[in-house]
Write a protein that binds this ligand. Sequence first.
Ligand code: GAP
Length: 516
Amino acid sequence: MASQEEVFKKMVSHCKEYGFVFPSSEIYDGLGAVYDYGQNGVELKNNIKRYWWEAMTRLHENIVGIDAAIFMHPTTWKASGHVDAFNDPLIDNKDSKKRYRADVLIEDLLAKYDEKIEKEVSKASKKFGDSFDEQKFRETNPRVLEHQAKRDEIHARFKKAMNDNDLAELKQIIVDYEIVDPISGTKNWTDVRQFNLMFSTEMGSTADGSMKIYLRPETAQGIFVNYLNVQKTGRMKLPFGIAQIGKAFRNEIVARQFVFRMREFEQMEMQFFIKPGTELDWFAKWKETRLRWHKALGLGDEKYRFHDHDKLAHYANAATDIEFEMPFGFKEVEGIHSRTNFDLSQHAKYSGKKIEYFDPETNSSYTPYVIETSIGVDRMFLSIMCAAYKEEVLENGESRVVLSLPPALAPVKACVMPLVKKDGLPEKAREIMADLKFDYNVQYDEKDSIGKRYRRQDAIGTPFCVTVDHDTLTDGCVTLRDRDTMEQERIKIADLSSRIEEKVSFKALLRKVAND
Ligand code: GAP
């Protein structure tokens, strides 16, 4: 059986071969950690965005959307703390000349200890079968205990170093635990330094005096600076939220795992403004609501977990990540943060404007607190792709690659195919397609055998294939083939639209998020 790593590599090639994701400016050999979405990728991405947008703004009367500019006044980033503190600790290896994030090197080491423990557990589980008591084994096996103790020791030092912003200690951990460069295999490290992740550029001509501005590293600040505009023009009452989808840019030191860590990416962020003192209740509610949104897609409930932050930003009083099990481990897809009134207070301070809410219930004014939910579109795309990509061996011995995408998110909902390219079948197929296209993104395909056409649609995750044959012309029926079961069923053309709708319905998906 192929390893997770091999399957991941195949999935990445599949993304390119079937028009989902291409390296940016590939004819010039690409640009590090920048990607373009192809004809199928953009449809899937748009559907993810639609799912998020509608779940936020339609299912919640008190959440509205905005679309702020990428360029913002540079003081925004001073106020938000990004100019001074949006840094990653970097370290260079003097032999390979490669640059790494010191925290990631240490996290990788921690992950190695986790792997060692899991290996021991899985070996023992196979050996003892049904009589295996996993909890007891974890608590008593000497090798597991040894690995766990080492892990805990490293973790405690790492957590403290990160909390104290102690760069020398981060370097010392790398030295003490003999972390080697994965490329050169050596321990010849520089000191750890801070590296600001924001891209900057100049606005205006130099003759007039130009201004250094930044490409936004998060969309959230566009929401904070518009808090008063939206609250006043929308006559919004607390609690209320502002949602936004847009590009963000970070000069990541280590960009890896395909679209997981990019230098240009897209975020879907929502800031929920609340009364101070209610934040921990709202934090718990948003954790639950967001997890439900993920789980409704049916990718597997066991693939999600929360990871509460060890290191809280000084202004946050709770923070968690929703992690998804990728082939390279559980990884953050979404962050949920209780950010107190830090951002609004900072903008009030730097702009000199009063940014407050007049509460008619208490007859007093205060700066609202904020719960933020922040998810990367590209990471969501990746998690869906990883869960959906499957290589199957069929009963007849043939194999197929299928993307079991959540039907509502699939780029193409149905492909209409005439059995042969003659006898009026193409015309009939086109007629059916001309009707369906008002409801769904549908394709027409008349090339190659039906089997090959099915495989092409499986590979892009199309939930249905609709075949028009000679009988169709007389009985008004078509063959509907299901992507997942591969079962074929004869149904009336008149019932086609409703049958497709049953499976790909956005409404049904949204109802799940609202009612589950
Ligand atoms: N406003 C809060 C914020 O930006 P974050 O944890 O830095 O928080 C939120 O980012 C989400 O944005 C992450 O959970 C991830 O899904 C996505 N994200 C962050 N950096 C990314 C990158 N370099 N490439 C792709 N997605 C990224």
